[in-house]
Design a protein around this ligand. Structure first.
Ligand SMILES: Cc1ncc(CO)c(N)n1
Length: 218
């Protein structure tokens, strides 16, 4: 079984917890309070900027030119979405341009940047994979449940992550990860799993922190 297939099997209970989160359930129903969505959007713009930098770092670490190029495309994609958020949601929702990251957002982005720079290459790639794959799965799931919901105010968000363009990137990220996993030892494959699991937990925390409108304790 491929590394990604096995990993998804192991991560399924956590993925199911993510689907059941009130943030995602209410987003799916269109009942998520706007204040929580705005908080999420602002934090996600910060996240995407840092995610883009992590992908850029990974691009430069790749050995195969095809992979250098793919990761450069992923990085550009993340920054373009970040820019688009400022032009669309930020303006319509009145979100200020400068964003202070919440504790969970800073924890997640700093984890990704640290892995991208210092971890073994295959592990570093495994650390960024949940950002692609979990969003794709969550986006698809929410999209499939949409038939019963009319005029969902969060339709734009849902369309982005259930769309074809994002699906293509996710597929590429999965196949690059499997390629690197095949060239790695069993113990390196387990280190990859640990990084994937950590990033998946941080995805859960990111949604949870938005739902709680997380503040710094001091
Ligand atoms: C927190 C988070 N993870 C993943 C994505 C998708 O790239 C996103 N926009 N935000």
């Amino acid at each position: 079984m491929s590394w990604t297939k096995n990993t998804w099997k192991r991560i399924t209970p956590l993925y199911e917890k993510i689907l059941a989160m009130p943030f995602n359930q209410e987003l799916m129903q269109g009942t998520l309070p706007l204040e929580k969505f705005k908080f999420y959007m602002a934090q996600d713009a910060y996240y995407l900027g840092e995610f883009g930098k992590a992908l850029s770092t990974l691009s430069g670490r790749m050995e195969k030119m095809a992979h250098v190029l793919e990761f450069a495309h992923f990085a550009a994609g993340a920054i373009e979405v970040e820019r688009a958020l400022h032009e669309s949601y930020f303006k319509t929702l009145g979100i200020p341009d400068t964003i202070e990251p919440s504790p969970s957002c800073l924890l997640y982005t700093n984890f990704l940047l640290k892995e991208a720079k210092y971890a073994d290459l295959a592990t570093a790639v495994a650390a960024v994979l949940p950002c692609f794959w979990i969003y794709k799965k969550v986006g698809d799931h929410i999209f499939e449940q949409q038939s019963s919901v009319e005029n969902n105010p969060y339709k734009n968000w849902i369309d982005t992550y259930s769309g074809e363009a994002f699906a293509e990137s996710v597929q590429k990220a999965i196949s690059i990860t499997d390629e690197l996993a095949e060239q790695s030892s069993p113990s390196a494959n387990e280190a990859m799993f640990k990084a994937f699991e950590m990033a998946s937990k941080l995805e859960w925390m990111f949604w949870d922190s938005a739902y709680r409108l997380e503040k710094w304790p001091v």
